[in-house]
Design a protein around this ligand. Structure first.
Ligand code: SAM
Length: 294
């Protein structure tokens, strides 16, 4: 179960972790998720691992880590990964990307029988469902058949949550009122205060587990990939590896969208810089406006 950000957690001042244990955890997180945990995150880690440790009856962090490491793909390892990912996301987050994507991919390619795009690191689903809603706004009912969104994440529990597509009312605050009515069902009875994404929108999105730092399965090539607000947690070498893998899954002229706070400076060879946080693989005709080669 993902927990709130570090800032809110520090208040509880949990017991410190022995340095060797923390180094061990950092190494495993780096190896399995590509995420760099820095000194100062000890309290956060202790708090996030407290629940699986308590449930499993482990007397020490050392004992728990031995258990996690016993099976590299077992349930304990998957839960460990779940606990240490940060899943913060929102509907309509960094909205300019969706507008650009709507114009330059969806409308530009509306003649194609199928437009398949990839939302990497999709968290609890707000991002790919926003893409789906934009697609319907752009292409009308045809989008339900024509647009396919592959949404992937490393965290099994967040993917389950995304597949359910149920959100508390306050999560829908960024969306226009008309979109709530058009794309969501309002919960009743014990589901009062919740909304569920309509099945026809849900069917546009396929959720799958995928680790961006492992060799990718045979997917794509895509005219657009959203990989936003995950590379910020990777070190530069891992970012390079991930960008390289994604580039191999873009079709000529395909776009890569990264988070607004993320830069691919020096990492985006063969990708043209279109504007902040938007890159394009060379080929496939003229891009909009001027371009710079990274
Ligand atoms: C902060 S959320 C970003 C969600 C969304 N892309 C957005 O911008 O709102 C980062 C997501 O990346 C996922 N993640 C972390 N490491 C990953 C990896 N190695 N491969 C795939 N997903 C990863 C996490 O599980 C989390 O859901």
């Amino acid at each position: 179960m993902p927990l709130p950000e570090a800032a809110g957690l520090e208040l509880r001042s949990p017991a410190g972790i022995p340095e060797a244990e923390f180094r061990d955890i950092c190494a495993l997180v780096q190896q399995r998720l590509g995420i760099e945990l820095r000194a100062g995150k000890e309290s956060l880690v202790t708090l996030r691992l407290a629940e699986p440790m308590r449930r499993g009856g482990f007397a020490s962090l050392h004992e728990y880590m031995q258990h996690v490491k016993r099976d590299p793909n077992g349930p304990a390892m998957l839960e460990f990964i779940d606990c240490l990912t940060t899943n913060h996301t929102n509907f309509l987050r960094e909205a300019s990307h969706f507008e650009f994507w709507q114009q330059e991919v969806l409308l530009a390619q509306r003649q194609r029988p199928e437009i398949a795009v990839w939302c990497a690191a999709s968290s609890s689903g707000e991002e790919p469902y926003t893409m789906a809603m934009y697609a319907v706004e752009a292409l009308g009912e045809a989008a339900y058949r024509q647009v396919r969104i592959l949404a992937t994440d490393i965290s099994p529990s967040i993917l389950d949550q995304a597949r359910r597509g149920v959100y508390r009312e306050e999560r829908l605050a960024p969306l226009p009122e008309a979109w709530r009515r058009r794309y969501f069902l309002r919960g009743e009875g014990k589901w009062q205060g919740h909304f569920r994404i309509k099945p026809e929108v849900g069917r546009m999105v396929e959720f799958r587990r995928l680790n961006l730092i492992e060799p990718l399965p045979p997917i794509g090539p895509f005219p657009a990939v959203f990989c936003r607000n995950v590379m910020i947690y990777f070190n530069s070498a891992t970012r390079g590896l991930v960008v390289n893998q994604i580039r191999g899954r873009l079709e000529p002229g395909g776009y890569l969208f990264v988070g607004h706070a993320e830069s691919l400076n020096g990492l985006a060879s063969q990708l043209d810089y279109i504007k902040p946080s938007v890159y394009r693989l060379a080929g496939g005709g003229q891009p909009p406006g001027g371009i710079e080669r990274s």
